[in-house]
Design a protein around this ligand. Structure first.
Ligand code: SF4
Ligand code: FE
Length: 481
């Protein structure tokens, strides 16, 4: 069965039995816990969309490994069209969920490990690529989703992994056993980890010979002994525990991150994709970063669409939509949002074929796209809040509207222009609040800064990738030097 339905996915998650903790308590079923349900439903939407007839061209692809029709979230991209379709698919998902729907981190990770294991084998005569191909076939034919685990806890940032006071601050090999290795450490900010069947671990930075034991890439099922997920809090997340869910703003979806602990986890040989080849650690990080930085020009743009829609709707509800400065602000929001998309599409359009046959995005354009992402969603949010007005953060809850004593007041004084009742106004404002201040702001704002690498990482890459020498020689020629 190469395509799972949304319900099959949710059942598989309930049956997984992985160790997840939220606010100090063990979670029995991730999709049924009120805090983790919206993120599970966002992930589930990637299955739902692949079932929709009109979405199939975007959300499904033909596997080059099995020939089967698979979910595009498990596809190894093999041409420019694949790269473009991924970006378009992510925008569509952003529009449907207005949050981080999580599945692309694993997708970008699979595409990167696929390419790098091929290069590793060419260099060292290893068999990592065949192993990874077997893993991919397993993922594709079961429509599983693996989380990408990259960022280590890092301890003292000025020291490399092997010089840390506590050697576990980066995931590393602690023992070799018959048929595999034992690893220890923790990966932070793991997007969608609790909603994933498998986890793929990659190094987080370039490494030197003394860090050899940290140059390790592998995959294990999420329910492997010794693996624990500790859920990350988000602003207003406990609003999900309230009876009246309307005050969450986004009633259905959310993103999630977790700390993943590897407490002496055994990894069998067939699941190891890098073991000690430290010169390739940086290359893997760089390739994954390029893929994922481009992805942000899909997902965040989709969320931007929702925010632009909500800002327009609230302007209409207030009767300010015809005013010149509001029109100008909406135009600016659209301009910023489409500029983000342009960068991602350009990175796909200028993509290249790796020796493995898989395609990768243009690294320079991907980094430019992501650096814009660290800024523009903040500008778009500022404009949305400007249009929304101060009620965004002072409005009473919908529960107050239901109270017989005060409800009539709230309903009377929170109306918009004629025909716009208080509930409509509050619901739109709550959505803007969610995306720019609440749980949604984790996906749309802070993740836009730090996800797939913080701004400085993009600046370093942009400086390294830009051909400054040839630009200089153009200048010299034109001024007669
Ligand atoms: Fe996907 Fe965007 Fe979330 Fe990354 S931040 S996993 S690209 S939705
Ligand atoms: Fe992310």
């Amino acid at each position: 069965m190469a395509l799972k339905t949304k319900e099959q996915y949710l059942s598989s998650l309930r049956e997984l039995g992985h160790r997840v903790f939220i606010q100090g308590e063990k979670v029995a079923s991730v999709p049924d816990h009120p805090i983790s349900r919206p993120p599970a439903m966002a992930m589930a939407e990637t299955y739902q969309q692949a079932e929709q007839e009109d979405m199939k061209p975007l959300f499904t692809a033909q596997s080059h490994l099995t020939g089967e029709t698979i979910n595009r979230f498990t596809h190894i991209q093999h041409n420019i069209e694949d790269l473009v379709k991924k970006i378009l698919m992510l925008r569509e998902m952003g529009r449907k969920t207005a949050c981080c729907f999580q599945r692309c981190a694993g997708l970008d990770c699979m595409n990167s490990v696929y390419a790098i294991t091929y290069d590793l084998d060419q260099e060292y005569g290893t068999r990592y690529h065949d192993r990874f191909v077997d893993f991919m076939k397993y993922i594709q034919s079961n429509d599983y989703l693996p989380a990408a685990c990259m960022t280590d806890s890092k301890g003292d940032r000025s020291l490399p992994p092997s010089k840390q006071e506590d050697p576990d601050q980066y995931v590393h090999i602690v023992a070799e056993k018959k048929g595999g290795i034992v690893v220890r450490g923790a990966k932070m900010h793991t997007t969608g980890g609790v909603n994933s069947h498998e986890i793929i671990v990659m190094p987080t930075r370039a490494l030197q010979e003394e860090d050899k034991d940290y140059a390790v890439a592998f995959a294990v099922p999420a329910n492997t002994e010794g693996v624990t997920f500790i859920y990350g809090r988000q602003p207003s997340d406990t609003r999900r525990l309230e009876q009246n869910r309307s005050d969450t703003g986004n009633l259905y979806y959310g993103g999630c991150e977790s700390m993943v602990v590897f407490d002496d986890v055994f990894v069998p040989e067939e699941r190891i994709f890098m073991k000690g080849e430290y010169p390739f650690a940086g290359r893997l990080v760089e390739l994954f970063a390029a893929h994922h930085r481009a992805s942000y020009g899909g997902c965040k743009v989709g969320v931007g669409d929702v925010l632009i829609g909500a800002a327009t709707a609230i302007a209409e509800a207030h009767g300010t939509d015809k005013s010149a400065h509001i029109k100008d602000k909406i135009a600016e929001m659209i301009h910023l949002n489409e500029t983000l998309h342009a960068g991602a599409l350009a990175s796909a359009g200028k993509g290249y074929r790796t020796p493995s046959g898989a395609y990768a995005v243009d690294h320079l354009m991907a980094n430019v796209c992501k650096l814009n992402i660290t800024r523009f969603p903040f500008d778009i949010s500022r404009l949305a809040q400007d249009i929304a007005g101060g009620l965004l953060v002072t409005m009473p809850s919908l529960d107050d509207q239901d109270n017989p004593e005060i409800g009539p007041y709230v309903k009377k004084y929170l109306v918009g222009k004629s025909g716009v009742d208080s509930e409509k106004r509050v619901r739109i404002l709550r959505l803007i609040e969610n995306i720019t201040l609440g749980t949604g702001a984790v996906s749309y704002l802070t993740e836009s800064i730090h996800g797939a690498g913080s701004p400085q990482a993009q600046k370093i890459m942009i400086t390294r990738l830009a051909d400054i020498e040839s630009a200089k020689s153009c200048a010299y020629k034109l001024c007669g030097l």
